[in-house]
Each structure stands twice: as C-alpha cells, then as structure tokens.
Design a protein around this ligand. Sequence first.
Ligand SMILES: [Zn+2]
Length: 354
Amino acid sequence: MSQNYAAGLSKYKHKGVLGLKEIYDNDAEMKRKVLELSKLMQSAKHVVLHTGAGISTAAGISDFRGPKGIWTAEKKKQKPAPSKPFSEAIPTFTHMAIMELVRTGTVKFVISQNIDGLHIRSGLSMDHLAELHGNIFMEECPKCHTRMLRKSPAPTIARKKTGGVCGTTGKRATPCRGELIDNVLDWCSPLPETDLSSSEAHSRAADLNIVLGSTMQINPSGELPLKAKARDPNSKFVICNLQKTKFDDDADLVIRAKVDDIFRGVMEHLALSVGDYKPEQDPVLAISCERIPLSRNLVQPPVELLPQPKVNKRKTTLKSEPPQQDKKKLKVEPKDDGAMNEIEIDPKPEPTLF
Ligand SMILES: [Zn+2]
C-alpha cells in the first residue's frame, strides 16, 4: 500500500505545500469547462497527459499532499487514511478512459508520476507511457538492463535488491544471473533516462498538455507540462486538479472537479465509450510465473513537431539542481485563505518531492 511505499523511502523533510483545501467548480461551470476541454482535445494534433496521485485516489490509493494525504498526515503527526494494497487496487474510470484515448489516437503520450502500475494494468500501451518514478510491479536487472513485469508488487522499493535473479539468456544461452532490483525511485534516484527524454520531447511537441490529479510540485515532472509554452505560446495547457497549483495562472483552463467526473463528460463529448476493467486483459494478472521480461519501444513525437530536437544528456534526479548561491529562490506558500503566495527564501537545495 502507498503508506508502506512512503515509509520505505529514505528520510527527506522537504515535502512541499501540504494539505491545501480542495475546491470544486459548481455544476454549470464544470460542464462548460469540460466542453471546452473536449473541444481543445478534438482540435489538438498532439495531446499529452501528465498524471499524478489524484487519478488513483478513486482506486483507494492515498495521495500525498491532499487534505488526507500521506505527507499531510505526517506533518500533522496523524495516522494516514487507510490505503488499499497495490495488489488489490484496480484501474479507475480515468485509467480506462486514458487507455481508450491512446488506443484511438486522441492522446499521443502519457507521462505518469504514479508507481501503482494502474496505467499498465488498464491495458494502456507501454510504448505510449513514461513512468518517471517507476512501477511497483517492475524489476530491473542492473547487469543486462532487462526490465521485468512482476505478477505481484515488488517486495522492496527505492531500487533495492528484490531477491530475484535475472534469467535472461545472452548469445551463449547462459543465464545472466544478475541480482534484480525494484523499479521504484527513492528521493535522490536518477530518473529513467529513456522515459525522461521521451517525456521532454512529447511535452515540448504537444499543442495540448493536460495535467490530471497533480499539484505539480515535483521536479522535473512538474515542469514538463509548461515546456510547449516556451516553444509555442499558442500551445494549450490545462490543469485538472482539486487543489490550487503554482502554475494555475499559466494555464489556459483549470478544472476543479474529480478527474473521473471530468472524463465521463469528455468521453461523452468525444463519443468514445469506456469499457470496464477486465482482469483477463490485465497484463500483470496474465503472468503465469513470477515475472516476465519486457520489451518496449517508446514512441517519439513526429519530427515536424520538433524541428530542432535537443537531446538532454544531463543526469537528472528527483532532486533539483541547487540554486545559484548568490540568488534567492521563489517558493510558493499557502496564505491563510488557501491562496498561493510566492515568497523569497534563502538559497538552499530545492525540495525533491513525490
Ligand atoms: Zn540480466
């Protein structure tokens, strides 16, 4: 469950803005905004989704910074709200809708901060999914770099040895026998390079970036949806989140509603039907042994959308680069009324946030 996940991470005190109140648009406002989002999705050529913990709360998995979030409870020294074990959670309506949107080509790429594996379990094409913080149902071999999909959640997190051994055979048909590690990042783990570079390329190429269920406080994930605006100010950026974010003023549209309600409306407007989750189509449940090797080929954005592609070779971790020592950094803090307020703080390493 997500509490165990949180407890298994190394100690880190900078958890960001926690426990902001949730705000809901009224019915008429929400319907108008959902129609606007649907029209944006219909007219866009390259739609990219950025998903956070808010899309999995309906599956019974706790978020981190919501009013009942894990980090919020930790700050208040309260017991966190109950959360389902990852093995018992199933994809939500939004997960199933996203799978259908990708299958029909309406959405070109999905970038997720979630480690719960629900995107893959919905049947979403792995070639169209970047999981920037890892996946609890995956392992990796540090020796031959094979990724494995597990039938059950990994027994460890933070890229530790799971006890599994790599059975991949090379040219000589001898097993690799590398000691497998879990795929879930710790605070300072480097982000998976392939997933990150594809995410940057798609975010920059998108004419519509949509954030779902995230307060966008973690870097670099939180900054990706704004990449396209820097390339083309006419590109659109939409936030669907119940809590305010520091990027609300940069967004073309902000919808305050539960993502399942938003996507019920969107799918209706787009005349797309969403099937129920089917366990027999869940690739995790389809594994007959303990684990299977995976191969994937992450799709890249069309070249014409990136006339001058840049390959980012820097090593990026969840921890931001320390700010210049002679500069002060702006930080977002909530005011008494819950509104966001930027304040200057002394230079120190920026928080790294799940
Ligand atoms: Zn191996």
